[in-house]
Design a binder for this molecule. Structure first.
Ligand SMILES: NC(=O)c1ccc[n+]([C@@H]2O[C@H](COP(=O)([O-])OP(=O)(O)OC[C@H]3O[C@@H](n4cnc5c(N)ncnc54)[C@H](OP(=O)(O)O)[C@@H]3O)[C@@H](O)[C@H]2O)c1
Length: 379
C-alpha cells in the first residue's frame, strides 16, 4: 500500500540530544532555522509528533507565516496542515495547545487508549488501530483515508527511532546546534536498536546562522515482501535509468539497479546500454558484478519492469539470471504486458524459486512513460 513521503525533522545538540532535562523546552535553533521549519511545515499535508512531545513541550505546530498560509489556501489546501499525534495510553491533556490551535487534528491510539479518550476527550478525531500501534497501518490510514502525501515528523526521539528503524523514513532533516547538553537522562534523537547497516546518503548541507542543516536519505532495501522507503528511492532511480535507453520498436526500455543489504549500490544498467543492442537492464547491471560477490545473496534488484521470463534474443531470461546470481529479492513497478511475449510471468518464475517480488504500483506510470509507443493507451 502506498505511504506518504515521510520527512523526519529535528534539531540536536553536538552531543546528540533533542532537549535537556529542565522544565522549559531547550531552544536549539535560531530565528532563521525556525523560519525554515515554518516553510517546510507549509509544504506538507500533515505534521506528526508523539504524545511525549505534547506532554513535554506543549507545542502548537502551526504555520506562522500568513503569506505561506495564504499560498496554501490559494493552492486549494487547508490553511494549516493536519496535526497528527500517536499515543498508546491515551494519556493526553485536553487543554494542551495542540488541540486548540491550527486546523484538523487526529490521534492514533490503541483500543485501551481510545477507551481513556472517551472518558477524557480531546478535540480531535480518534482512530483506534487495535491492541498495539503499527506504523505501517498509521501511514496507510494517513495516505488512504486522510489523503496525506507528505508527512513531516517533528519528534520526539521514540517516534524518530521507530520510523528510522522500521525503514519508513524517506528523508531526515537534522539540524546540528553548537551547544552541549551532557545529561545522560536527556532525550536523544535516536535510541538504541537495530538500524540499517551501512551509510545513509547525504543529500544536502546548509549553514543557517550558527547551526547546520544536514539532509540524509536512508538507503537500505526492505526485507522480504515488506517495502522500505529506500525501496521507493531505488525504484525511482530504475525508472530514471529507463528514460536513458535508446528507443526500440521491438523491446521495452527498462532501468535496473542492484543494491546490497546495507544500502550500497552494486551496479546499475539499462536496456541496450553501451554497444550491445539487445542487452536487458538487469542483465547489463548484473554483468558489472563479480559472480562470486557475497553481497548478491542478500541484495535486491530494482527493475522498472518485471524481469523477463522468456526471451528470443538470448538463452537465459532475466528472471533466471537473477536467480543464478543468487539474488532473492526483486522490486518492480510494472508487470510485463503481452506486447512481445504472451503470459510472461517473470514474477512467477522468481517466486517459484523462493525469491520475494515486491510490486510498487505507484511507480507504474513512470515505468511505462518511455514505453508508451509500445503499449495500448488503456494499458
Ligand atoms: N529538538 C527537537 O527538534 C525536538 C522535537 C520534538 C521533541 N523534542 C523533545 O523530545 C522529547 C520527547 O520525546 P519522547 O521520545 O519522550 O516522546 P515522543 O517520541 O514525542 O512520544 C513518545 C510517545 O508516543 C507514543 N508512542 C510512540 N510510539 C508508540 C507506539 N509504537 N505504540 C504506542 N504509543 C507510541 C507513546 O505515547 P503514550 O505514552 O501516550 O502511550 C510514547 O510515550 C521532549 O523532551 C521534546 O522536547 C525535541
Amino acid at each position: 500500500m502506498p505511504h506518504p513521503y515521510v520527512l523526519l525533522s529535528a534539531a540536536v545538540s553536538l552531543d546528540g540530544y533533542l532537549d535537556d532535562t529542565g522544565p522549559e523546552r531547550l531552544l536549539l535553533s535560531g530565528p532563521a532555522d525556525f523560519d525554515r521549519v515554518d516553510e517546510v511545515r507549509a509544504s506538507v499535508d500533515a505534521i506528526l509528533v508523539g504524545a511525549g512531545t505534547i506532554r513535554a513541550d506543549n507545542p502548537r505546530l502551526l504555520v506562522y507565516s500568513p503569506e505561506r498560509r495564504a499560498a496554501r489556501v490559494e493552492a486549494g489546501q487547508p490553511e494549516y496542515p493536519l496535526k497528527v499525534t500517536v499515543s498508546g495510553s491515551g494519556d493526553l491533556d485536553p487543554s494542551a495547545n495542540f488541540w486548540h490551535t491550527g486546523g484538523e487534528k487526529i490521534v492514533y491510539t490503541t483500543e485501551k487508549g481510545a477507551e481513556r479518550l472517551r472518558q477524557e476527550p480531546v478535540a480531535a478525531d480518534v482512530v483506534a488501530l487495535g491492541p498495539e500501534l503499527d506504523w505501517r497501518r498509521i501511514l496507510e490510514h494517513l495516505h488512504d483515508v486522510r489523503g496525506v502525501r507528505r508527512l513531516m515528523v517533528e519528534g520526539g526521539g521514540r517516534i524518530h527511532t521507530q520510523l528510522l528503524q522500521q525503514g519508513l523514513a524517506d528523508e531526515l532533516q537534522l539540524v546540528l546546534a553548537p551547544l552541549l547538553v551532557g545529561s545522560p537522562d536527556a532525550p536523544r534523537m535516536f535510541g538504541p536498536g537495530a538500524y540499517q547497516g551501512g551509510r545513509l546518503r547525504l543529500v544536502e548541507t546548509r549553514r543557517i546562522e550558527d547551526v547546520v542543516l544536514m539532509r540524509y536519505e536512508p538507503t537500505a532495501p526492505g526485507t522480504a515482501d515488506l517495502p522500505s522507503a529506500a525501496d521507493r528511492h531505488w525504484l525511482a532511480l530504475a525508472c530514471e535509468l529507463a528514460e536513458r535507453c535508446p528507443q526500440s520498436r521491438t523491446a521495452f526500455s527498462v532501468g535496473a539497479v542492484v543494491v546490497a543489504a546495507d544500502g550500497m549500490e552494486l551496479a546499475r544498467g539499462y536496456s541496450r546500454e553501451g554497444t550491445d543492442p539487445v542487452v536487458h537492464a538487469e542483465e547489463a547491471a548484473l554483468a558489472k558484478i563479480g559472480p562470486a560477490d557475497p553481497r548478491l545473496a542478500s541484495a535486491t534488484v530494482y527493475s522498472s519492469l518485471e524481469p523477463c521470463a522468456r526471451r528470443a534474443s538470448r538463452p537465459a531470461p532475466c528472471a533466471r539470471l537473477i536467480l543464478d546470481a543468487g539474488v532473492r529479492r526483486v522490486v518492480t513497478a510494472w508487470r510485463e504486458p503481452d506486447t512481445f511475449v504472451a503470459g510472461a510471468d517473470g514474477s512467477g518464475l522468481l517466486t517459484a524459486e523462493g525469491a520475494d517480488v515486491v510490486v510498487l504500483p505507484e511507480f507504474e506510470e513512470r515505468a511505462k512513460a518511455p514505453n508508451r509507443h509500445l503499449i495500448a493507451p488503456q494499458d
